[in-house]
Design a protein around this ligand. Sequence first.
Ligand SMILES: *Cc1c(COP(=O)(O)O)cnc(C)c1O
Length: 452
Amino acid sequence: MADDEPTAGIADRRDLAVRAAVEQGLVGGADGADPLVCLLDAAGIEASAAALHAAFAAALPAGTPVLHTFAVKAAPLVAVLRLLSRAGLGCETASPGELALARAAGVAPDRTVLDSPAKTTAELREALALGIAVNADNAQELARIDALMASAQSRSPLGLRVNPQIGAGSIGSTSTATATSKFGFALRDEGARARVVAAYAERPWLTRLHTHSGSQGVPLALSARGVRELYELAEEINAAAGRQQVDTLDIGGGLPVNFGSDRETPTFAEYVEVLREAVPGLFAGRYGLVTEFGRALLAKHGLLVARVEYTKSSGTRPIALTHAGVQVATRTVYAPGSWPLRILAYDAKGRPRAGEPAVAQDVAGPACFAGDLLAENRPLPLLNPGDLVVAPDTGAYFFTAHYGYNSLPRPAVHGFRLAPDGVRFTLVRPAQRLSDLVAEAGGNHADALLEP
Ligand SMILES: *Cc1c(COP(=O)(O)O)cnc(C)c1O
């Protein structure tokens, strides 16, 4: 946070930003331009990064090597990676695209981790040449790394990703450590643990061990149990090796987000406490640590602002037709029970309509299918055309993971900071123009399916 930046609570900052976004013409233009915009609170992101550093630093002996990386998939925006890099974080990448974004943000190879489940040989070769840390997902990938290591030197720290198979949280699709999860070496399968220990014994260059056992819907204690399994396996490998072969544990990310209010909970400090209880040895300073948090760093610092285009009623249900739907809140629209979002009502000038009587209504998106609802039967001040609806907590995995249904364009993303003279916005990602959209839909290949 800049020294002269006024401090305000998360809700106050949001209200100021929405008002300023209207006044500065970023959203809700009179002729219908810019009906949807996304905002990122730069100081909020910095505060979360600082909280992450502080939580682990307070629990570890001074001098313990720690690399906090940001899981790029949570917010694949170069300016976000750059801001986090300035705040001392590296990047966790899981595709060639994410790796390219990390490099575009200037994140150094030795602060980058590659975790994709389906790395090609070319990707592995590039990562090893650059010195990027790689966690191998399976035995076949490990065999490819063997071949690459036989033909070239690499500075890359290398490890295996393991699945401790500790069970699911409340959301199946984001539970990474079930008995049948697709990720990593499944530790509890018959003979698997011995094979992993043997893999380390045969490869002195395997020095890391990785798991990512938490996510939205996974209780902290369950994630911590996955980390304990990781730690115990490292101890077993090192005992078998007779030396500290595994020197760094990558404990993944997965701290859940509170979508119910503005409280940032659970905190990084709370997670560190739970980890300390479950895995005291992790904090003894004998292992370096890598973390890969995504949602917990960004979710609370992003918001969607969408204009209400029309209002109507169907049956007895009032419906507001807005410009935010499945394209920016895909998980919420397809699985509303698992991914509920708060909706806040503002008037056309960007002033909160707080305190007005609530009427249950649907907040619908612009897409052509009936299920395209941001919220169903939600008590809100009765919305009017021109009002704005705001969906907070959308800084991770929402507008940063655009879904191209109905050829709805990717909206612009602006960062904001409070300054003594008001709210200052900076463009993080321009809106996708219709000409971009046509080009991406093969506009330059229009004749491709006509007769040759
Ligand atoms: C998605 C992912 C993360 C980040 O998860 P969050 O829930 O956003 O913290 C970290 N590591 C790996 C390997 C992942 O796939």
